[in-house]
Write a protein of this length. Structure first.
Length: 552
């Protein structure tokens, strides 16, 4: 039996989502990036442009910037999407002009933001978004390319466009020139609806250049109900057709889509009434197996079972009521914020009351507090990036967040920023085992961004270290943390390397981006090849950039 996939509620619609990305059968590397955050309704496919390493860097920067901006629900969905893509564009351009080997790196992308207001799509280039419902599969985006425009206008058939020698050229991209969010001719913005009985497909041209729309629709309906199987099947189909390019898909499905799809396809093969297959019969003859089956199928047996279960439940409730101490049934959520109705007005007060497995959820705002998080407690911003921790007045050697000893602590969605007059000595100090840090922004005036002293399992994911005046990460003796999909941006003047590790520390680094660091980790001489293979390193600027290529 397949494992049920997680369901998220966006607005009033329950959705499931999955993604898949593959380098294909021809390319040496994968310059595509995907992003799926069903909880916040953020989905993206980004296709990097500019060569083996440069395209990966551009796509990674785009995903990071867009995900962070869209996770902060300030302003309208349209403004958020426009601003996110423009911010990504300008960040890519800035990094490209500062690093000669990445000159000309750009990307094309499609972003979908699903909110209670509906579906907002931001699109630049020749990635695509399709909406699938009872009427069929409809392409909502337009290709910003010479071949794509002719196909959209009906001048070329789908088959002709798939074979056209200029199919990889694009008119628009993200990162080749500075753009404002509302600039004409840059972002194609589309407003649409999303119903419970529809699905969305975002994909790179590595899929649509290899697999026809009819075949894509057929695979989606065949595997409806399992987004991960849909994504895997589409990537497999592109590779079996030749896999000439990287192929990436993001698939989002409403709660009723699978049922409606199967009902439509089953109508033609419905079994006539009275011809259903009979229930399997018990083999004649006695035997203990047959006797037990007959006993279980009697109404009396089920009645006895119900009475026994009810008696057990009653005894359990009576035992709980008889206890003098109150019982907490399951984890709690402790709400923090200045508004009326919040459980606590300070984060520290909520942490003092929290027990393992509780969640301390923080409303947007600035908090001048130093936090000590007990083992097993989850501290999270209700809206990622909207909670900023600042140092209290006259605090010395301030540590913004201390993860105390214990297991299973999680901290996510916070922004830690030191100022000139109120610096932090340390952003996060991790002493507990099985600690998870996710989606943190640590920036500006800090002596150390994250200080790991725990020798247990520690994971730091999807976090951003930007312009830290001191050392972004310090790893103590015998530590073994895992860093995944983090972004390190070197300040104009400041510390190098990004990570200072004790000689016997054994960190694992995967899919991180280091911008402007001449040295990633100290000491790293023995692991330099591994670091360069599994992470992206954008060297410090040396000379002026050259003109970018026009085609992919």
């Amino acid at each position: 039996m397949a494992t049920p996939e997680p369901v998220s509620v966006v607005g009033t619609v329950r959705v499931q989502a999955a993604s898949a990305s593959d380098r294909g059968r021809v390319r040496d590397g994968n310059e595509d990036r995907v992003h799926v955050d069903a909880t916040r309704g953020i989905f993206a496919v980004v296709d990097g442009v500019g060569g083996h390493a440069s395209g990966e860097v551009a796509a990674t920067i785009a995903v990071d910037v867009i995900a962070q901006r869209l996770s902060r629900p300030l302003w309208s969905p349209e403004q958020r999407v426009r601003e996110a893509i423009a911010l990504a564009n300008n960040e890519i351009l800035t990094q490209a002009t500062q690093s000669p080997q990445h000159t000309g790196m750009t990307c094309v992308l499609t972003v979908a933001l699903l909110t209670e207001h509906g579906l907002t799509i931001g699109h630049v280039g020749d990635t695509r978004l399709y909406k699938i419902d009872a009427t069929g599969m409809n392409k909502l985006t337009h290709d910003h390319s010479p071949v794509g425009e002719r196909e959209d206008a009906g001048e070329l058939s789908e088959a002709e466009a798939m074979r056209h020698p200029r199919r990889n050229e694009v008119f628009r991209d993200v990162g080749s020139a500075f753009h404002e969010p509302d600039e004409d001719g840059f972002i194609e913005l589309i407003e649409a609806t999303f119903e419970p009985d529809c699905a969305l497909l975002l994909c790179s041209d590595g899929l649509t250049d290899m697999v026809s729309a009819s075949a894509i629709a057929r695979l989606i309906r065949q595997h409806a109900g399992s987004p991960s199987r849909v994504a895997e099947a589409l990537v497999l189909a592109a590779n079996e057709a030749g896999g000439r390019d990287n192929v990436s898909v993001v698939y989002v499905e409403g709660e009723d889509f699978a049922r409606v799809s199967r009902s439509a396809s089953a109508a033609s093969t419905e079994v006539p009434a009275g011809t259903e297959s009979p229930r399997p019969a018990v083999a004649p003859g006695g035997g203990p197996g047959a006797a037990l089956y007959r006993l279980l199928m009697t109404r009396g047996a089920w009645l006895v079972a119900g009475l026994v279960a009810g008696l057990g439940l009653g005894l359990a409730i009576a035992w709980l009521v008889a206890l003098d101490d109150p019982i907490t049934l399951g984890p709690r959520t402790l709400h923090v914020g200045p508004a009326t109705g919040m459980d606590y007005s300070t984060i520290a007060a909520a942490l003092a009351a929290a027990s393992p497995r509780d969640t301390v959820q923080i409303e947007p705002g600035d908090y001048e507090e130093l936090l000590v998080v007990p083992g097993g407690v989850h501290v999270t911003a209700r809206i990622a990036g909207s909670v900023t921790l600042g140092a209290p007045a006259q605090a010395t050697d301030a540590i913004a967040v201390t993860i105390a000893e214990g297991t299973g602590t999680r901290v996510s969605g916070l922004r830690i920023a030191g100022t000139t007059d109120r610096p932090f000595a340390t952003g996060v100090r991790i002493a507990g085992d099985e600690a998870h840090i996710e989606d943190l922004t640590i920036e500006s005036n800090l002596g150390i961004g994250i200080d790991v002293i725990s020798t247990g399992a520690v994971a730091i994911r999807n976090s951003r270290f930007a312009g830290i005046s001191g050392l972004p990460v310090r790893l103590g003796a015998m530590t073994r943390p895992r860093f995944e999909r983090d972004l390190f941006i070197h300040p104009a003047s400041g510390h190098s390397p990004a990570i200072d590790a004790a000689a016997d520390s054994t960190p694992e680094l995967r899919d991180n981006v280091f911008v402007g660091y001449t040295e990633v980790m100290k000491p790293d001489a023995a692991r330099r090849e591994e670091l360069m293979q599994h992470n992206l390193v954008v060297a410090a600027p040396a000379t002026a950039p050259t003109q970018r290529r026009g085609n992919r």
